[in-house]
Design a protein. Structure first.
Length: 491
């Protein structure tokens, strides 16, 4: 199944759903990426991509700003958006399971300019974030080693995650599987203990069992108004970003046409259960105005329940979440660069792999960019750093919109060419409503950002880079690809 872009037409091509996908991908340089992951890796890595510091730290900020009702509605809407996006990605990844994922899908079914733009925007958004994660990991270690400089631990974690990603895709998968298991266990334990505390089975530091009174006892269910839902939506959507790793991992997973439908049917509902379950517990146990960023709300609850060493336990879980995000970010960025290189939309060297199937030059470049982007916080905090963080905030939503548009274009072209939807390995339900809703809901998030003074600059800078990348493609990359194709034809 070819993923090479056309040099002119934006008309999508239609692959056969029955074409083989279990062999390695091959490039002119030789053997490339290999299908060495199992379905269990696909499942757990996708879970890990979403369960991160946004849950363990960010939920307190959302609850304190939106109140009980606003938070619950925002996460329900975010969960619906996550589901709609995942079924679109599931259909595309089952038909075209390549490591470029949504970037390669956009190239094929929307146009090479869009594939180039979303690939680089998404890469920048994740590569910029990686540097922050390494610093956060170093700061987290100060809980146990307060006299050790942050950069020492950051350097240690950089070396460890580089080696994990540099060895084989399977080593990345096994590491991420273990990190995901720790996070899921922590959330599951929190939900169980929280339920017992709500109804008085476990005593809370001299406090009577609150039951469900905290949902309305402090200013009502919507104490700051329903409009707070819109203000919280960007944070909620940002929290769910990372789920698209499923499409990237599909490119190196055995039997993706069987693994992906199974994953889509189970992952979203378990994620929503874990998130909503945790949020309901937090709201029930702690008055909403007492939650914030001073400490993890999970630590607040564990302390109240009387769990010994609660702060240390949750600090370890947060460290695991940070390293998991860094690990996944390195993996996704190297595969996006690899895909761009196959399309001649990135330097050729990023498409070169080791004998074990690792795009090592893309890995090194991603790591270097992440560290350099972190330095801009100190040397260009008001310019370059603000731009990079803005792209990080908007890039995920743009990615989801691109996934939906690719699926919409693919399905229409597939049916137009005589394809039967029943023959697809996985078909997103409620077409065409599903992709349309994804695009509209993300559009509402952007509009909400425009009316929020604290997020407006991020929106302007993040969306502003899109036409810049389109211009680079059409005036720089496209003529170069055409010239190379002409030269090859003459030889």
């Amino acid at each position: 199944m070819s993923i090479a872009p056309t040099t002119g037409s934006d008309e999508p091509a239609t692959p056969s759903p029955s074409s083989p996908v279990n062999e390695p991908f091959y490039t002119p340089e030789g053997p490339a990426l290999k299908r060495v992951m199992k379905s269990r890796h696909l499942f757990m890595i996708t879970l890990a991509g979403v369960i991160g510091t946004g849950l363990f730290l960010g939920t307190g900020e959302v609850i304190s700003s939106a109140g009980p009702g606003g938070t619950i509605v925002a996460y329900i809407v975010g969960g619906v958006l996550l589901y709609l996006t995942m079924v679109c990605l599931g259909e595309m990844s089952a038909v075209m399971p390549v490591s470029g994922s949504f970037q390669a899908h956009a190239t094929k079914y929307i146009g090479p300019g869009t594939g180039f733009t979303i690939g680089w925007v998404y890469w920048i958004s994740w590569a910029s974030f990686i540097g922050l994660e390494f610093t956060a990991a170093g700061i987290t270690m100060k809980f146990w080693f307060p006299d050790t400089p942050t950069w020492v631990w950051s350097a240690v974690f950089i070396a460890v995650l580089f080696l994990v990603n540099c060895f084989t895709a399977r080593s990345f998968a096994e590491t991420e599987y273990a990190l995901a298991a720790i996070k899921v266990l922590a959330v599951g334990t929190f939900i169980v203990l929280g339920l017992l505390a709500i109804f008085g089975v476990i005593k809370m530091d001299g406090i009577e069992a609150p039951g469900l009174t905290n949902f309305t006892a402090h200013g009502g269910f919507f104490p700051v108004g329903f409009g707070a839902v819109f203000a919280a939506m960007m944070t909620v959507v940002y929290t769910f970003m990372g789920s698209e790793v499923m499409g990237v991992v599909a490119g190196e997973t055995e039997n993706p046409r069987k693994a992906i439908p199974k994953a889509v049917r189970t992952i979203v509902f378990r994620l929503v259960f874990l998130y909503l379950g945790s949020i309901l517990i937090l709201i029930a146990l702690i008055p909403w105005e007492q939650l914030g960023l001073d400490e993890s709300p999970f630590v607040t609850v564990f302390k109240a329940i009387g769990i010994p060493y609660a702060a240390g336990i949750m600090n370890f879980v947060i460290l695991v979440a940070i390293l998991s995000v860094g690990n996944t970010g390195l993996y996704m960025c190297t595969r996006i660069l690899w895909s761009l290189a196959q399309e001649k939309a990135a330097p050729r060297v990023f498409g070169v792999t080791t004998k074990r199937g690792i795009p090592v030059w893309g890995l090194l470049f991603t790591l270097l960019f992440g560290l350099l982007s972190l330095m801009t916080e100190f040397v260009a905090a008001d310019t370059v750093f603000v731009f990079l963080i803005s792209v990080s905030g908007v890039g995920g939503a743009l990615c989801w919109m691109t996934i939906a548009l690719s699926q919409y274009r693919f399905r229409r072209q597939y049916v137009k060419n005589g394809g039967d939807v029943k023959d697809l390995p996985y078909a997103a339900p409620m077409f065409p409503l599903t992709p349309i809703l994804v695009i509209l809901m993300n559009g509402v998030v952007f509009v909400s950002m425009a009316f929020d003074a604290t997020q407006r600059l991020s929106l302007i800078l993040g969306l502003g880079c899109v036409p810049v990348f389109y211009a680079i493609y059409h005036w720089g990359i496209k003529p170069r690809i055409a010239a190379r194709a002409t030269a090859d034809a003459k030889q």
